[in-house]
Write a new protein. Structure first.
Length: 225
C-alpha cells in the first residue's frame, strides 16, 4: 500500500491537467485526445472499473500490409503502447491455426506498480464484399506463463477493424476494454490509458513502412463474417 501511495503522489505531480471535449459521440464515447489525425475516445462501462478506449485513424498502407503487422504478434512491443513483451502460443490446449491466434502479452507499468499480463485468443474475419477485416480478441483464463510480480488481467477484450479507404490507405478502428486487476485505483488507470489507442495507431503508421511488411500484396484472413 505504501508503494501505491508513493506512486499516486508521483503520478499526480507529473500529470498535466487535460480537459476532455464535452461533446459525446455515439454510444457514450467522448473525445479525449487527437494526434496527427488520430482521434481517441473513452467511455465508462459496467464490464470494468476502468474506461473503455477507442482510437480511429488512417494508415498510409493497404489493408494487407496493416493486417501483416498485426498478425505478427512478436512485433507488438514495437507499436502497442506500454507493451513490453508478446509472443504467439501454440499448444495442445491453445492451438493457433489460420484465423485463430493465441498469444501472450506483458504490459509494462511505471514503478512501483506491478506489470500486467494476459493470455488471449484472436479471431480474424473478413467481409468479402467490402474487404473490411475484423480482429476480435478475448482474454483467456489460464495460468499459462504466470510470473512472480506480474498480475494477470482478469478481463480483456480488443477489437481491431481495418477498412479499405482506397489509394493504398486503411482506416483503423482500435478498441480496448480491460480490467487490470489488483488494487490500482481506476482514475489512475484511466489517466494512463487515455492515449493508449492513439499511440498504438501512431505506432502502426511507422510499422507499415518496414520492408518485412510493406510488400504484402494479399490479405491472409479467409474466414467470412
Amino acid at each position: 500500500m505504501r508503494r501505491l501511495i508513493r506512486f499516486l503522489l508521483f503520478f499526480l505531480l507529473i500529470s498535466v491537467p487535460t480537459v476532455a471535449t464535452s461533446a459525446a459521440v455515439n454510444d457514450g464515447w467522448k473525445k479525449v485526445g487527437e494526434e496527427e489525425g488520430i482521434v481517441g475516445y473513452s467511455r465508462s462501462t459496467t464490464k470494468s472499473k476502468v474506461d473503455e478506449i477507442k482510437a480511429i485513424g488512417v494508415v498510409d498502407a493497404p489493408v494487407a500490409v496493416v493486417e501483416a503487422v498485426i498478425r505478427d504478434i512478436s512485433s507488438m512491443p514495437e507499436y502497442i503502447f506500454l507493451c513490453k513483451e508478446a509472443f504467439p502460443i501454440n499448444t495442445a490446449e491453445m492451438k493457433s491455426d489460420g484465423d485463430v491466434i493465441y498469444f501472450y502479452s506483458l504490459t509494462d507499468l511505471p514503478f512501483p506498480v506491478w506489470d500486467r499480463d494476459a493470455v488471449a485468443r484472436s479471431v480474424w474475419t473478413i467481409d468479402q464484399k467490402t474487404g473490411t477485416i475484423y480482429c476480435h480478441t478475448d482474454g483467456v483464463k489460464t495460468s499459462y506463463q504466470s510470473r512472480k510480480g506480474v498480475i494477470r488481467m482478469p478481463y480483456l477484450m480488443v477489437d481491431c477493424t481495418l477498412i479499405p479507404r482506397g489509394a493504398g490507405q486503411t482506416e483503423v478502428i482500435y478498441q480496448v476494454l480491460g480490467d487490470p486487476g489488483g488494487d490500482l485505483p481506476s482514475f489512475v488507470v484511466n489517466m494512463l490509458i487515455k492515449d493508449y489507442g492513439i499511440k498504438s495507431v501512431a505506432g502502426l503508421r511507422k510499422m507499415v513502412k518496414k520492408d518485412k511488411y510493406k510488400n504484402a500484396k494479399a490479405v491472409v484472413t479467409k474466414t467470412t463474417r
